[in-house]
Design a protein around this ligand. Structure first.
Ligand code: COA
Length: 332
C-alpha cells in the first residue's frame, strides 16, 4: 500500500474584534440589508492594532496540534497573502513560536486558493517520506490591506486562521487526501490585486494613490469563481471515482453565499449539502476552507464518514479542488 497523507488534527481561530454589518453601515454608504442579501455575510472579525497574521496562525496551529494529540511537527506551511512582512516568510516565525524552531517552514501564496495549494504541498511532503507530521495553516489578516473606505471589500473580508495536521497513512482511511485538481490563469492577475509594494512597483518608482490597498473587480471575479470552482470540483470528484450525488458535503471557499449556491446549482447539488460559515466570519481568504471545516466539525454539520469535496478560487487567478472522507477529529 503506498504512503498517503491523512488529516489527523484540525484547528481554527478568529481575532477578538467583532465587526457587524451595522457597524459598517454606521461609517460607510452601505446597509445590513445590502450586505446580507448580496453576500450572506452578517459579521466578521478583524485584528486589533498590533495583531498580525502570525498571531492568527499560531493560535490555529496550536489548536490543530492539540486536536492531533501532538506537541510537534516536522514541517510548517503557512498559506497567506498578508504575511507579517514582505520578507521573510511568516511560517518560520509561526514554527518558532509554536516551539518548533529548526523544522522546515515556508509560505505558500495563492490568495484564496492558498490553503488547497498548501495542503497539496504538505501531502506531497508526507507521501514522499520527506516529513511525517506536517502542520498546514491558512491565515490571513485582510483587514490590514483593505481600503477602509471601500464598501465592496470591507463588507466581504474578515480575518482568521485555520489549520490541519497531516500524518502518513493509507489511501483507504478516512482523512486520506485522494488527489488535487489545481489551476491558474495569470492573464487574470488584475482582477484581484495589490498593485504597490512589490518589485514591479518598486522598480518602476512612484505608485498611484490607493495602489497600496487590495482591489477586486467583484462582478468578474464572481463569474470566474463560479465556473472555475464548478469545473475543479467536478474533476476532483471524477478522479476520486465519486458521482456528484454521492457527495455529502461541499466545502467551497466562503466568498459569497450566492457564489456557493451558483456552484452547487452547476453541480446539481442540493443547497443543504453546502457548508456555510461566511455568515459568521466573512471571507477569510486562505483561512476560509480550514476554518469552515473546523466550524462544521465542531457543530456536527460534518460527520465522520461524510464524503467531502472542497473547492476554492482566488487571486492569480488560481483555483483548485480536492476530495476526502471526513475523519473523526476533535475540534478544540
Ligand atoms: N453596500 C452597498 N453597495 C455596494 C456594496 C456594499 N457593501 N458593495 C458594492 N456595492 C455597490 C457597487 O458599488 C455597485 O454600485 P454601482 O453600480 O453604483 O457601481 C453595485 O453595488 C453593484 O456592484 P457589484 O460589484 O456588481 O455587486 P455584486 O452584487 O457583484 O456584489 C461583491 C459585490 C463584491 C459582494 C460580489 O461581486 C462578490 O462577492 N464578488 C466575488 C468575491 C469573490 O469571489 N472573491 C473570491 C476571491 S477572494
Amino acid at each position: 500500500m503506498s504512503r498517503t497523507a491523512v488529516m489527523c488534527g484540525i484547528g481554527g481561530w478568529v481575532p477578538p474584534t467583532l465587526v457587524t454589518n451595522a457597524d459598517l453601515a454606521a461609517r460607510l454608504d452601505t446597509s445590513d440589508e445590502w450586505i446580507t442579501t448580496r453576500t450572506g455575510i452578517r459579521q466578521r472579525y478583524v485584528v486589533p492594532p498590533g495583531m498580525s497574521t502570525s498571531d492568527l496562525a499560531v493560535e490555529a496551529g496550536r489548536a490543530a496540534l492539540k486536536s492531533a494529540d501532538l506537541d510537534s511537527a516536522d514541517a510548517v506551511i503557512v498559506a497567506t497573502t498578508t504575511p507579517d512582512r514582505t520578507c521573510p516568510a511568516t511560517a518560520p516565525t509561526v514554527a518558532s513560536r509554536l516551539g518548533l524552531a529548526g523544522v522546515a517552514a515556508f509560505d505558500v501564496a495563492a490568495v484564496c486558493t492558498g490553503f488547497l495549494y498548501a495542503l497539496a504541498t504538505g501531502a506531497g511532503l508526507v507521501s514522499t517520506g520527506q516529513a511525517d507530521r506536517v502542520l498546514v495553516i491558512g491565515a490571513d489578516a485582510f483587514s490590514t490591506i483593505l481600503d477602509p473606505g471601500d464598501r465592496s471589500t470591507v463588507s466581504v473580508f474578515g480575518d482568521g486562521a485555520g489549520a490541519v495536521v497531516l500524518r502518513p497513512g493509507e489511501a483507504t482511511e478516512p482523512g486520506a487526501l485522494a488527489g488535487f485538481c489545481l489551476g491558474s490563469d495569470g492573464s487574470l492577475a488584475d482582477l484581484i490585486t495589490v498593485r504597490a509594494g512589490g518589485s514591479e512597483q518598486r522598480s518602476a518608482g512612484a505608485a498611484s494613490p490607493g495602489d497600496e490597498f487590495f482591489s477586486m473587480q467583484g462582478r468578474e471575479v464572481f463569474e470566474h469563481a463560479v465556473s472555475k470552482m464548478a469545473v475543479a470540483a467536478r474533476t476532483a470528484a471524477e478522479r476520486a471515482g465519486w458521482r456528484l450525488d454521492e457527495v455529502d458535503r461541499f466545502v467551497a471557499h466562503q466568498a459569497n453565499v450566492r457564489i456557493l449556491r451558483a456552484v452547487a446549482d452547476q453541480l446539481d447539488l442540493d443547497h443543504s449539502r453546502l457548508v456555510v460559515d461566511l455568515d459568521r466570519v466573512g471571507n477569510t481568504a486562505a483561512a476560509s476552507i480550514p476554518l469552515a471545516l473546523d466550524h462544521a466539525n465542531a457543530d456536527g454539520t460534518l460527520r465522520p464518514g461524510d464524503r467531502v469535496v472542497a473547492a476554492a478560487f482566488g487571486g492569480g487567478a488560481t483555483w483548485g479542488a480536492t476530495t476526502f472522507v471526513w475523519p473523526r477529529l476533535r475540534s478544540i
